[in-house]
Design a protein around this ligand. Structure first.
Ligand SMILES: [Zn+2]
Length: 890
C-alpha cells in the first residue's frame, strides 16, 4: 500500500515539474520545449489570435487555421474535402509531407493501390514499390464532439510537422505521408463549444458540478442525428464516416489512430488493446501495435506523463474507427486522454487538469506514433503487402469460398448489402443470367462475392454469422458476474450484416461461372413501372424498403393509395402478399399516374405493376374493409431528457433519412400534460427515466388520445415504462429465481445452515427478486404471427438485437396480441453471446406487442428496431406501425 502511494507521489512530482518547465514557455513552444520553431509560420496565435491550448477552437476557426497553414506551405500541404456534415459543415483532411513526396503524391496513391491488390501486382513489382514508397499514417481527431482536446492537438501536430527545424522532423516527412483529419464531428463540437462558452463566468470553474462541466441533452458527443459515430463503421450510415472510408480506401494508410478523451480522473490510454481481440486480427498486426505502444511509452516516460494500456478498450467489435482499418491490413488503435471537459477540471486527488494538458498529451502521442511509422517504414509496407497476399490465400482456402445473395429474397436489402460491401472495399459481382451452383438455382441479378480477394477479412467480419470470444475470456466474465462485478464486454457481440438486414446468404465452395458485372456503389437500384398504360391502376408488392420508400414518396406527393392487410391474388398479376399497395386512376383522377409513377419507381426502387382490371380471384377486393386508404400521418416523437439520445437520434434518422418522412420532435417537458393533439402517431423512444417527467395525469391524457384513435409506439425500455405506468397491459419481468435461492427472512436472526460446497455458497449469496442480468447485445431470432396487419409483408422469422435487461411478459389475449416473440432456446441466438440465464428466460417473450385501446392502439417494440440504424430487417415492421396502423383506425 505505502509503496503504491510513494510511487504515485513520485510520479506526480515528476509530472508537476514537467508542467512548470513548459509553463515558462508560451504558445507552441510550451507544447514541446525541445522543438525549434524559429521562423515559425502560421501558428495558432498568428492565425486565430490566441495561444494554443488557451481556447477551445470552434469548427469554423479550425477550418480557417488549416486554410492558413495550407496557404503558408503550399508545397507541403494539401487540404482535401470528403463531404459535408448534416448541418452543412465541410469535412476535410490535410495531407502533410516533404515537398518532394507531395510533388509525387499521385504516384504515392498509385503505389498504395498497387500494393493493396496482389491480384494485379507481382512480387517483384511489390518489392520495388516497398523500396520507393513512403509510409503513411492517418490521424483522426474529435469523433466525439465533447472530447475536446484532440482537434486542438491536430492543429498543433500539423504546425509542428511543418515548422520544426530539427532534422528528425524533416526525416519523418521524408519517410512518411501524414494524413490529418482534424475534426470528424464538427456538428458535435460546435454544439459543445457554443454551450460551454455560454455557461462560463468571470473565471472558468474547475468544479465538476458546475454548469460548464455538465452538458444538457443532447451532449456534444454525437453528430446531428445523435449517432455515436464510433460505432458506425459497419453500416456507414453517417456522411462523416462514409466519407472517411472512401478516403481510406484510396490511400490505405498503414497506421490509423482515433484520438478520444475519457473521464477526467484517469490518465492516458494507448495500444495494445484490451481483450477480447477479434480473431481476424493477425499476429503481425498485434506486433505492430506493440511497437507503437512501446515507442509511445518511451516518449511519455521522458515527459513524465502517466498512461495505461490493455485494461479497457477492446478490439472485438469491428465498427469502431480504431478497428475498421485492421480488416484491410493496416493497424488501427484508439488513444484516450483524461478530459478537462472545459478549461480546467479538479480531479479527485485535488490536482487541476487543464485543457492544455490534453492538447499536449495528444500532440506528443501523435508525434511518437509518426516517429514509429517513419522508423518502421519498410517493415510496415512489407506487412501490408503480405497481409493482402495472405487475405487472398485465406479466401481461396475458405470452405465457403463464394457467398451468394439471391436477388429475389428481399431485393431492396440485397441491393443495399451488395452496395455496402463495395463501399467497404470489397469486390462484388452481379450475375447477368440465371445460374445454378452448389445444388441451388439463382435468378439473374443475384450477387456473388468471391472471397479470394484482399478484402477477405473485411468481408468475413461483416458477413460471418458468428465471431466467438475467447473461451477463457468468457469464463472470466462468468466469474466476475458471480462476484456481482460488471462484465467487461464493451459492446455488442453480434453484428453480422446479413442477419441485421434479414437477408439469406448462401455459402458455396465453388465460385459460380456465370456472366456477371462488377457492382458499383448505389444503395438503391432504380425500380420499374410495368404496363405503364394500365387501365385500372397499379400494384406494388409489400415486404421490402423499395415499396416502403414508395409509400412515403407517394403520400408526400399527395397521391391516394390503399394498402391491403391481407394477401390477395389478382386475376392478371398473380399473388400479392399482405400489405401490398393499390393505386388506381379512379382514386387519383387529376394525376398523370404513368408519368408520376415512372419517376417514383426510378427514385424509390419499387417495381410497380399496372393492371387492366380490378378482379381478384382470392382475398379482398380493392373496395374491401380489409383494404385501407393510407393518409400522410403526422408523426411526433419525444425528445430531450430523459430520452436516450442515441435511440431518439437513430429513430429520427431511420424515419427521416431511410424512410424519407418528417418527424416532429417534442420536448418531454411539453409532454407532461400528455397533450398529443394533432398527431396521428407518437413515438416514445427508449428511456430509462420517463417516470421522472411523466405522471399519472400524463398517462391518463396519453390513454385518452389513444382511445380517440392515436397510435402510440414505444421502443426498447420505453415499453417497460409503458407496462409499469399501466399504458400497456403486461408486466416487466424480474430474473427467474435461481433454484435454492430463498426470499430473505424478515427476522434479525436465522436458523443455522450447513454449507457443504463452494457451489452451495455461491447459491446462498445470490440475491432474490433481482432484475435479469444486463446483456451488451447479441442478435436473436424472433418468430412472427403472420395473421395480423402489423406483420404485413414480414418474413416468418425476424432478427432483433437484444441488449439491456428489459424482458416483458407476454400480453394476454384479452388485452392484445404478441405479434413477434423471441425464438425457442435452441434457435434463439442468431449471433453473439447471451448469458445462460438470458437464454433460459427470453424464449417466447414478446418482441412486438399490439394492444388495441378504444379507437386507437399501443404498439410496443420491446427492443430498439432502429438501433444504430442498422437493424434494417425490422424496418418493415416499423413502417407497418407508422403508416398502416393509423390507416386501420379510420
Ligand atoms: Zn470518444
Amino acid at each position: 500500500m505505502s509503496v503504491m502511494k510513494k510511487l504515485f507521489l513520485t510520479l506526480s512530482v515528476a509530472a508537476a515539474s514537467a508542467a512548470v518547465a513548459s509553463d515558462q514557455l508560451s504558445g507552441a513552444a510550451s507544447m514541446l520545449p525541445e522543438a525549434n520553431y524559429s521562423n515559425g509560420k502560421a501558428s495558432v496565435e498568428e492565425v486565430l489570435g490566441y495561444s494554443i491550448g488557451t481556447k477551445i477552437t470552434s469548427p469554423e476557426a479550425m477550418s480557417r487555421y488549416f486554410e492558413a497553414l495550407a496557404a503558408a506551405f503550399p508545397d507541403q500541404v494539401k487540404l482535401l474535402d470528403y463531404g459535408k456534415s448534416w448541418e452543412g459543415r465541410t469535412l476535410y483532411y490535410a495531407v502533410i509531407s516533404s515537398a518532394e513526396n507531395m510533388a509525387n503524391f499521385d504516384n504515392f496513391v498509385g503505389n498504395m493501390q498497387r500494393l493493396a491488390d496482389p491480384r494485379k501486382t507481382s512480387q517483384q513489382e511489390a518489392q520495388r514499390l516497398i523500396a520507393e514508397t513512403p509510409a503513411s499514417i492517418w490521424l483522426s481527431y474529435g469523433v466525439h464532439g465533447n472530447e475536446i482536446s484532440s482537434p486542438e492537438a491536430a492543429m498543433m501536430t500539423a504546425y509542428h510537422l511543418l515548422n520544426d527545424q530539427r532534422p528528425q522532423t524533416k526525416d519523418w516527412l521524408q519517410n512518411t505521408v501524414v494524413f490529418i483529419d482534424p475534426l470528424q464531428n464538427p456538428d458535435g463540437r460546435a454544439r459543445f463549444v457554443q454551450r460551454y462558452y455560454m455557461t462560463a463566468g468571470l473565471e472558468h470553474s474547475a468544479d465538476r458540478r458546475s454548469a460548464e462541466h455538465n452538458e444538457p441533452w443532447p451532449s456534444g458527443r454525437t453528430n446531428h442525428y445523435l449517432f455515436d459515430m464510433n460505432r458506425d463503421w459497419i453500416a456507414l450510415t453517417q456522411p462523416e464516416i462514409k466519407g472517411q472510408v472512401d478516403a481510406l480506401l484510396k490511400y490505405y494508410p498503414l497506421v490509423f489512430v482515433d484520438l478520444h478523451e475519457m473521464g477526467g480522473d484517469s490518465t492516458y490510454y494507448f495500444t495494445p488493446e484490451a481483450r477480447p481481440y477479434n480473431p481476424l486480427i493477425t499476429e503481425q498486426q498485434r506486433e505492430t501495435l506493440n511497437w507503437i505502444g512501446k515507442n509511445n511509452a518511451s516518449w511519455f516516460d521522458k515527459k513524465g506523463f502517466d498512461y495505461f494500456t490493455r485494461e479497457i478498450f477492446d478490439a472485438f467489435y469491428p465498427g469502431y474507427g480504431a478497428s475498421w482499418p485492421l480488416y484491410h491490413g493496416s493497424v488501427a488503435m484508439t488513444y484516450e486522454m483524461a478530459s478537462a471537459r472545459g478549461h480546467r477540471f479538479e480531479r479527485k486527488d485535488g490536482s487541476i487538469l487543464t485543457y492544455a494538458d490534453g492538447v499536449q498529451q495528444h500532440f506528443v502521442a501523435s508525434l511518437s506514433t509518426i516517429e514509429t511509422v517513419s522508423e518502421r517504414r519498410q517493415a510496415l509496407l512489407e506487412k501490408f503487402w503480405n497481409y493482402r497476399l495472405s487475405a487472398i490465400k485465406a479466401g481461396e482456402d475458405d470452405e465457403q469460398r463464394a457467398l451468394i445473395v439471391a436477388a429475389d429474397d428481399d431485393p431492396a436489402a440485397a441491393r443495399k448489402l451488395a452496395s455496402l460491401l463495395v463501399e467497404q472495399g470489397a469486390d462484388v459481382q452481379q450475375a447477368q443470367e440465371n445460374f445454378r451452383v452448389c445444388g441451388t438455382d439463382y435468378p439473374a441479378g443475384s450477387y456473388i462475392i468471391d472471397k479470394a480477394q484482399p478484402a477477405y477479412r473485411m468481408i468475413s467480419t461483416l458477413m460471418d454469422e458468428q465471431v466467438d470470444m475467447a473461451r477463457d475470456f468468457i469464463e472470466e466474465q462468468e466469474q466476475r458476474r458471480n462476484n456481482n462485478l460488471p462484465d467487461q464486454i464493451y459492446d455488442v457481440t453480434g453484428w453480422s450484416l446479413p442477419l441485421m438486414f434479414n437477408v439469406d446468404v448462401d455459402g458455396c465452395d465453388d465460385v459460380p461461372r456465370v456472366d456477371s458485372v462488377a457492382v458499383s456503389e448505389g444503395r438503391i437500384a432504380p425500380g420499374q413501372l410495368l404496363n405503364a398504360d394500365a387501365e385500372v391502376g397499379y400494384l406494388v408488392r409489400w415486404g421490402d424498403m423499395n415499396a416502403g420508400r414508395l409509400v412515403t414518396a407517394a403520400l408526400r406527393q399527395g397521391l391516394q393509395l390503399k394498402q391491403s392487410e391481407l394477401a390477395f391474388t389478382h386475376e392478371q398479376a398473380g399473388k400479392y402478399p399482405s400489405g401490398s399497395l393499390v393505386i388506381t386512376h379512379a382514386d387519383n383522377p387529376d394525376v398523370e399516374l404513368p408519368t408520376v409513377l415512372a419517376q417514383l419507381a426510378e427514385q424509390t426502387g419499387a417495381t410497380i405493376q399496372g393492371v387492366d382490371t380490378s378482379w381478384i380471384t382470392e382475398g379482398p377486393n380493392f373496395g374491401s374493409g380489409n383494404v385501407h386508404g393510407l393518409f400522410a400521418p403526422n408523426i411526433g416523437m419525444a425528445w430531450d431528457e430523459p430520452v436516450s439520445q442515441y435511440n431518439a437520434g437513430h429513430t429520427r434518422y431511420v424515419i427521416e433519412r431511410q424512410m424519407n418522412y418528417p418527424v416532429t420532435a417534442i420536448r418531454t417537458d411539453d409532454l407532461r400534460g400528455g397533450d398529443l393533439a394533432g398527431f396521428d402517431v407518437f413515438i416514445l423512444p427508449a428511456s430509462a427515466g420517463y417516470d421522472r417527467v411523466f405522471n399519472a395525469e400524463t398517462v391518463a391524457a396519453f390513454k385518452r388520445w389513444v382511445a380517440d384513435g392515436g397510435v402510440l409506439v414505444t421502443l426498447g425500455n420505453a415499453s417497460g415504462w409503458a407496462a409499469e405506468a399501466g399504458l400497456l397491459n403486461t408486466k416487466v419481468e424480474r430474473a427467474i429465481p435461481k433454484e435454492g435461492v430463498e426470499k430473505p427472512a424478515e427476522e434479525t436472526r436465522v436458523d443455522g445452515t450447513e454449507i457443504t460446497s463452494k457451489a452451495q455458497l455461491m447459491t446462498e449469496i445470490q440475491a432474490h427478486g433481482v432484475n435479469p442480468d444486463w446483456v451488451s447485445g447479441a442478435l436473436v431470432n424472433a418468430d412472427v404471427d403472420k395473421d395480423h396487419f402489423l406483420a404485413a409483408g414480414l418474413k416468418q422469422r425476424l432478427v432483433s438485437l437484444f441488449n439491456g435487461n428489459t424482458i416483458l411478459a407476454p400480453i394476454d389475449i384479452n388485452h392484445g396480441r404478441n405479434i413477434a416473440w423471441f425464438a425457442d432456446k435452441e434457435a434463439l441466438i442468431a449471433s453473439g453471446f447471451l448469458w445462460d440465464e438470458t437464454q433460459q428466460q427470453l424464449p417466447y417473450k414478446p418482441l412486438l406487442i399490439w394492444q388495441p385501446m378504444g379507437e386507437g392502439m399501443v404498439i410496443s417494440f420491446t427492443q430498439e428496431p432502429t438501433y444504430r440504424a442498422y437493424m434494417d430487417g425490422l424496418n418493415m415492421a416499423l413502417m407497418n406501425a407508422l403508416f398502416l396502423a393509423p390507416a386501420t383506425t379510420r
